[in-house]
Ligand binder design. Structure first.
Ligand SMILES: NC(=O)C1=CN([C@@H]2O[C@H](COP(=O)(O)OP(=O)(O)OC[C@H]3O[C@@H](n4cnc5c(N)ncnc54)[C@H](O)[C@@H]3O)[C@@H](O)[C@H]2O)[C@@H](O)CC1
Ligand SMILES: [K+]
Length: 492
């Protein structure tokens, strides 16, 4: 897992490293400046004439260090400080003094078109309000700049905790971020402003007791899925999935295929009787069909005994039978339960039942379903996605997977995973059904619920990237994600 931090958390880590560990602030700053300088060289940026734009805080002070290193390296460099002297931090005052001693060029005005690369050191994690006045005019003047832009720590104007644009923001080609990735660089729109993102170690330490429950999944998490040579189809887990309706067979097929491709041992799908013939093309799945005459409670009890994990939702439609099945599962389940799609629509008004549910529950809404379930609009969620996802997970007592370009997964204990992979080709019919199947499959193989949700989202997104590389983002289908997920697991 890769640690992610908010701006506030990063500031706390800076303070801890400086005050508790006694690492001088100027040493951290020198390392930060060096990392940006090296990255500019390594990435082959055009460095024949560089302009460094500085604010008055420590992000600006980093900028002055970078200007000094560039000048010493023989690159023609100008520095323009937009911040007012009365707002300078003590580090900024010191860096200006050092810079003067080293003979770097300070300018008061500039024409951006004279430069080949611009370094954005206006605001870092200390940005706290909308950008206005000269700062705003300067940032807006960069919109037509033809050269390359490097952001120091985070593009100025992006909120480090939410990724929101505070008035206006610098669109960088390269961002070198210090210590840990900031949440604002991982979430949209911030992620789109960062360009290529490089994380650089500058010596910031994290105390063992540090309370950041924010992270991203990496390939390492997939390695927890080990096949046991002496395993059998029972030991790889049994999945009971309530899916499909008369009109929608595909959703059941896709999630069921994903369950088995992810490595689960057995799958039984509960679906309306009319679907029986459709399942002739899916001989690997067992069926439990139902209609108006079926004793649903018996069907549910029997399969809850049999299964290790349970899913409900893909394509079940809105009917009194599907609603009854959801209620029964919520009342009777003591094992992990994944609720998706129509299951989420049916959940509205059953929050008390959900909170009383004895099994761990994973909800996988896209933002439309999230808004319908919680009454929180998509726009509102996007303003502060991490906080809202965490709060909703806690209130509902569930693991909540909010599916978006950067899916968030929160546990009710306040842990959150941001998914950093995937692409817009995954916005295709059936993609969510595949995710549900993958999460169920991982649960069946023994991953803990939160781990299964995070790893499932990661596997789904990696499969999306592989499918896009083969078929193209426009042409890829949900079925391609299933094949690609299989290939990714095979690579392990
Ligand atoms: N020693 C340290 O503390 C280190 C700090 N580092 C750098 O320092 C940055 C954080 O520095 P700071 O905490 O000083 O914060 P910033 O440099 O990000 O900006 C803070 C300043 O901007 C002002 N400000 C905030 N929003 C504004 C707005 N909309 N319009 C005008 N002024 C605004 C604040 O009042 C404050 O004066 C990091 O992002 C990183 O680049 C790194 O060098 C690593 C070490
Ligand atoms: K910046």
């Amino acid at each position: 897992m890769e640690q992610i931090v908010t701006g506030e958390q990063m500031k706390a880590l800076d303070v801890y490293t400086i005050e508790q560990m006694q690492m001088p602030s100027l040493v951290l700053m020198e390392r930060a400046g060096l990392q940006v300088f090296w990255s500019m060289q390594k990435e082959g940026l055009p460095l024949s004439k560089v302009l460094v734009l500085c604010g008055s805080g420590n992000n600006g002070a980093d900028g002055v260090v970078i200007a000094r290193l560039l000048t010493l390296g023989g690159y023609q460099t100008d520095v323009c400080i937009l911040g007012k002297p009365e707002h300078f931090t003590k580090e900024m005052e010191k860096q200006i003094e050092i810079g003067r001693n080293y003979g770097i060029s300070f300018v008061k005005t500039f024409c951006v078109h004279e430069y080949t690369t611009i370094v954005d050191a206006l605001f870092g994690v200390g940005l706290s309000r909308e950008i206005k006045g000269t700062y705003r005019e300067t940032i807006e003047s960069l919109e037509h700049f033809q050269g390359k832009i490097v952001a120091v720590d985070i593009p100025s104007g992006i909120h480090a905790g939410t990724g929101a644009v505070l008035g206006c923001a610098v669109r960088a080609d390269l961002t070198v971020t210090f210590g840990y990735k900031k949440a604002g660089l991982c979430l949209y729109p911030g992620a789109a402003y960062a360009g290529k993102l490089i994380s650089a170690d500058v010596g910031i330490l994290m105390p063992p007791s540090f309370g950041s429950g924010l992270f991203a999944c990496t390939r390492e998490e997939l390695k927890t899925l080990v096949r046991k040579p002496d395993g059998n189809k029972g030991s790889f887990g049994k999945v009971f999935l309530v899916a499909g309706s008369r009109e929608i067979f595909g959703a059941a097929y896709l999630s069921g295929q994903a369950v088995l491709r992810s490595g689960a041992g057995m799958l039984k799908i509960a679906t309306p009787k009319e679907n029986r013939e459709m399942f002739a093309c899916f001989p690997e799945a067992m069926l439990a069909v139902y209609d108006e005459e079926t004793a649903l409670e018996e069907l549910v009890r029997e399969n809850l005994d049999w299964a290790d994990v349970i899913g409900i939702g893909p394509g079940i439609g809105i009917s009194h039978l599907s609603e009854r099945l959801l209620e029964l599962l919520l009342k009777l389940v003591k094992k992990p339960l994944v609720i998706d799609a129509d299951g989420l629509r049916l959940l509205k008004g059953k929050e008390a039942l959900l909170r009383a549910c004895k099994g761990p529950v994973i909800l996988t809404p896209h933002l439309g379903e999230f808004a319908a379930l919680t009454g929180i609009s998509i726009a509102r969620w996007k303003e502060n996605p991490i906080e809202i996802t965490e709060k909703t997970a806690e209130e509902l007592g569930v693991i909540l997977v909010c599916k978006d370009a950067r899916t968030l997964i929160s546990s009710k204990e306040g842990k959150t995973c941001i998914n950093l992979c995937g692409n817009d080709g995954m916005a295709t019919a059936g993609s969510g059904d595949v995710l549900t199947g993958l999460i169920l499959g991982l649960l069946a193989q023994g991953l803990l619920p939160f781990q299964a949700a995070c790893t499932g989202v990661y596997l789904h997104a990696r499969a999306g990237d592989l499918a896009a590389s083969k078929k193209g983002r426009a042409a890829m289908l949900a079925g391609d994600l299933i094949d690609a997920a299989g290939e990714i697991l095979k690579e392990l």
